[in-house]
Design a binder for this molecule. Structure first.
Ligand code: ACO
Length: 320
């Protein structure tokens, strides 16, 4: 029996920031509106495409694991904003790191990283793979209509990556649960039409659009349900959870989720203030931030959960 442990991690956040005050200079909004409703103070905006962010995060994760690209035997890249539909952008990362292996993209929107991490753990536990690179990367700023305040204020760009390695040491990814509710497909969408629509004022379907209040409710329910399920499946009592690393869509969603689960708020890793919602990248970036701050210690139990377009949901438990 082999276990799947995270042995390396890295993030890439573009240096350019756009604060709430910056936004208020060109759309009718304010820090007073955005901050209390979402928890967001600023977001990072990328001048390079999604794969560019992913490559940097991947190289940092490899360096942290002490590995070369050629050691990796599978690459899974979660994104809803790939530079190209084909070829997949996992192949761009593969070329840049010099890996000789299979590589594919996952589109499960904001749940994509946990979909990828769960699949990677199964590949390792089954003995199919030994060292898997899992990346969450997004450049959602490209999919925003910057004149629509309802959506423009919420998102940001960034990438995070982890290396998942086979080990005989017990622990690592303990279990995961994935779900999709197609009845909610229409309440959160982007990207209809061709890329040319990006520049056609009448083609608003190209841009991210959603029913915020509906997503708000469903995200809390969806993440709560799967979190409970994965804890039960892994025989973990909620009091044994040391850290919850939730998808960062709205701080109020996280607060409500945590309080309904009766887990103390201090156990939630929350970094949305700095990045906004980076979709598939929120969780790996939060993992990196928590580690950089020395929050996560060996043997601690972590619960991670996400919710996104699809409507996808995911929860994963791991022993660090
Ligand atoms: N600045 C100022 N005013 C605004 C802004 C803004 N950026 N956006 C909306 N408003 C106005 C609206 O026009 C509305 O005005 P009105 O009452 O005069 O009509 C008013 O503020 C209230 O708007 P609501 O939509 O009711 O605001 P709400 O409290 O629901 O908050 C929000 C909106 C923040 C989007 C919230 O619904 C939310 O966080 N939803 C979930 C997150 C989400 O949808 N994320 C998308 C990705 S999904 C995911 O990652 C899981």
């Amino acid at each position: 029996m082999q276990y799947a442990h995270i042995t390396g991690w890295g993030k890439c956040v573009p240096p350019a920031t756009l604060t709430n005050h910056d936004l208020a200079t060109f759309i009718e909004t304010s820090d007073e509106w955005i901050k209390p409703r979402t928890g967001i103070s600023q977001r990072h905006i990328s001048h390079v495409n999604t794969s560019g962010l992913a490559v940097v995060a991947a190289k940092r994760a490899l360096a942290a694991a002490g590995l070369e690209g050629s050691d990796i035997d599978m690459i899974i890249l979660a994104t809803a904003s790939p530079d190209t539909l084909i070829p997949n952008i996992a192949s761009t990362v593969q070329a840049e790191i010099g890996a000789k292996c299979a590589a594919f993209d996952v589109n499960a929107a904001c749940s994509g990283f946990l979909y990828g991490l769960g699949l990677a753990s199964s590949l390792i536990k089954s003995g199919q793979n030994q060292k898997v690179l899992v990346i969450g990367a997004e450049r959602l700023s490209f999919y925003l209509d910057w004149s629509r305040r309802e959506t423009a204020v919420l998102f940001g760009d960034g990438a995070g990556a982890v290396v998942l390695e086979a080990s005989e040491i017990e622990g690592g990814v303990l279990g995961y649960e994935l779900n999709n509710d197609p009845a909610g497909r229409d309440i959160l969408s982007a990207g209809f039409g061709t890329a040319m629509d990006r520049f056609a004022a009448e083609s608003l379907d190209f841009f991210i659009q959603f029913d915020g209040q509906e997503i708000f409710k469903r995200a809390i329910n969806g993440m709560g349900k799967l979190s409970k399920k994965v804890l039960e499946k892994c025989n973990i009592d909620k009091d044994e959870v040391d850290w919850v690393i939730p998808h960062q869509a709205n701080e109020r969603i996280i607060d409500t989720l945590i309080s309904r689960m009766k887990i103390p708020k201090e156990k939630a890793v929350v970094n949305i203030a700095n990045y906004g919602n980076t979709s598939a990248a929120t969780i790996p970036i939060a993992i990196c931030d928590a580690l950089e701050k020395g929050m996560i210690k060996p043997n601690q139990t972590i619960l991670s959960c996400a919710f996104g377009a699809g409507l996808t949901s995911a929860a994963l438990a791991l022993k660090w």
